[in-house]
Design a protein around this ligand. Structure first.
Ligand SMILES: Cc1cc2nc3c(=O)[nH]c(=O)nc-3n(C[C@H](O)[C@H](O)[C@H](O)COP(=O)(O)O)c2cc1C
Length: 350
C-alpha cells in the first residue's frame, strides 16, 4: 500500500491539467509561489518550442489546503492550458462539434503514435498525441513541488541540472549544440542529474525486489517521456571495485563515506549520503526535417507529421525528474515513519 499517491488527467490542448494527491499529511506548509516557480523552471530552457511562449503555468489549488497548510484530505491541483482558447472546437467534448481540423494520420517515429493507435483503435493520431504529449509533465511538476515542500519541512532539499546536450559536456557549448541541430531541422537530447540532500538512512528495503528505492526511482525517472537511461550515482562500467566502492570513515563519532559513487543507495536502501540520479533524454521525435513513415489510412509511405515542437527539452526534463524523485522520497518517508500530521512526523523523524 503506497502512502503518497496521485493521479493526473488532461490533454495537451484540453481545458486544463488536474492532479489529485492522496496521503499528504496535515500541516504541510503549502507555498504556492514555490509551486509556481517550479512550473516556471519547467517551462524555461533553451530549445523549447513556441507553445511555451503561449503558456505561463500557474497552479490553482481547489481542495485539501486551508490558510496555507494541508488538511490531510486529498489535494486537488489545476493548471489551465491557455492554448485551449485556440483549440476549443478541436478539443470539444460534445459530439456535435466534430471536426477533422488538426487530425493527422502519419506516424512520428519515436513517438507514441503507432503503438497508441493500434492499442486504442484510433485512426486520428491526434487522439494519441494529446495525452502522450509531455504537456502532462506540468501537473507532475506541481505535484512534485508539493512533495518537495513536504520534504523541505524535514530538511531534505533537491536540485537538478543539465550535464550534457548532444555531444557537448560543457555548459558554454549547450546553446551552440541546440542551434546547430535547429538549423538542420533536427532535434537533440542530453543528460541531466538530480541530487537530494539530507535524506535519512533506510528508505526502501532489501527484503523484496519491489521495495528497493533504486528500482522505484528508476521507474519514476525512466517513465518520463523520452528518458531512455537512468543511472544511480556513478556509472560503474569500466571501474574496478577499489575505484567504485565508497570506503567508510568516522568523523566526530559519525559514520560517513570518503566518496559517494553509490549515489546514496546500497541494497535498495538510502545510506545517508546524497541521493544522486542521472537520466538520459533521447532527441525529441517531432522533427522539422521529417523521417520516413507511413500513413495509417492510406497505408502508403509518407513523411512524418510535424507540428510546433521543442528542439531540445533536457532542462525541463531535469525539473520533471526532480519532481518525480520528490514523490518517491515522500512516499518512502511516509512508509517508514508513517504519520497523519507534520508534528507527529517531525517527532518520529528527529
Ligand atoms: C519536458 C519534455 C518536453 C517534450 N517535448 C516534446 C516535443 O515538443 N515534441 C515531441 O515530439 N516530443 C517531446 N517530448 C518527448 C515525447 O513526449 C516522447 O518522446 C514521447 O511521448 C514518446 O515517449 P518515449 O520517448 O518515452 O518512448 C518531450 C518530453 C519532455 C520530458
Amino acid at each position: 500500500m503506497e502512502k503518497f499517491r496521485f493521479l493526473t488527467s488532461g490533454e495537451s490542448h484540453g481545458k486544463c491539467l488536474t492532479a489529485i494527491i492522496e496521503g499528504l499529511p496535515a500541516g504541510v506548509i503549502i507555498d504556492t509561489d514555490f509551486i509556481n516557480s517550479e512550473l516556471k523552471r519547467r517551462q524555461q530552457g533553451y530549445g523549447r518550442g513556441d507553445r511555451m511562449k503561449i503558456e505561463s503555468d500557474t497552479v490553482e489549488i481547489t481542495s485539501g489546503v486551508r490558510f496555507g497548510k494541508s488538511l490531510g484530505s486529498p489535494v486537488c491541483l489545476v493548471i489551465k492550458n491557455k492554448d485551449f482558447e485556440n483549440w476549443q472546437k478541436i478539443m470539444s467534448v460534445a459530439p456535435e462539434d466534430y471536426t477533422d481540423e488538426k487530425s493527422f494520420s502519419v506516424f512520428r517515429p519515436g513517438h507514441a503514435d503507432y503503438p497508441g493507435a493500434v492499442k486504442y483503435g484510433q485512426k486520428d493520431l491526434r487522439n494519441i498525441l494529446e495525452r502522450s504529449s509531455a504537456r502532462k509533465t506540468a501537473i507532475e511538476v506541481a505535484v512534485g513541488a508539493v512533495a518537495q515542500l513536504f520534504l523541505k519541512q524535514l530538511g531534505i532539499t533537491g536540485s537538478s541540472e543539465v550535464t550534457q546536450i548532444g555531444s557537448a559536456c560543457c555548459p558554454e557549448k549547450f546553446h551552440e549544440e541546440i542551434d546547430m541541430n535547429k538549423e538542420k531541422g533536427d532535434t537533440v537530447g542530453g543528460k541531466f542529474i538530480v541530487i537530494y540532500k539530507n535524506v535519512p538512512v533506510g528508505l526502501g528495503s532489501h527484503v523484496h525486489w519491489d521495495r528497493g528505492i533504486d528500482g522505484r526511482l528508476a521507474q519514476a525517472i525512466m517513465s518520463i517521456p523520452a528518458v531512455k537511461v537512468v543511472e544511480i550515482g556513478t556509472n560503474p562500467l569500466g571501474l574496478c571495485g577499489s575505484e567504485y566502492h565508497d570506503e567508510f570513515d568516522i568523523i566526530d563519532d559519525k559514520v560517513c563515506r570518503k566518496t559517494n559513487h553509490a549515489g546514496g543507495i546500497e541494497g535498495g536502501m538510502t545510506n545517508g549520503e546524497d541521493v544522486i540520479i542521472s537520466g538520459v533524454m533521447k532527441p525529441i521525435p517531432t522533427m522539422l526535417k521529417p523521417l520516413d513513415s507511413v500513413d495509417i489510412n492510406t497505408k502508403q509511405k509518407a513523411q512524418a507529421h510535424y507540428e510546433r515542437s521543442d528542439v531540445c527539452a533536457v532542462e525541463s526534463c531535469a525539473v520533471v525528474a526532480q519532481a518525480r524523485t520528490a514523490c518517491i522520497l515522500a512516499n518512502e518517508i511516509l512508509l517508514k515513519y508513517g504519520a497523519d500530521n507534520m508534528e507527529e512526523l517531525t517527532q518520529r523523524f528527529s
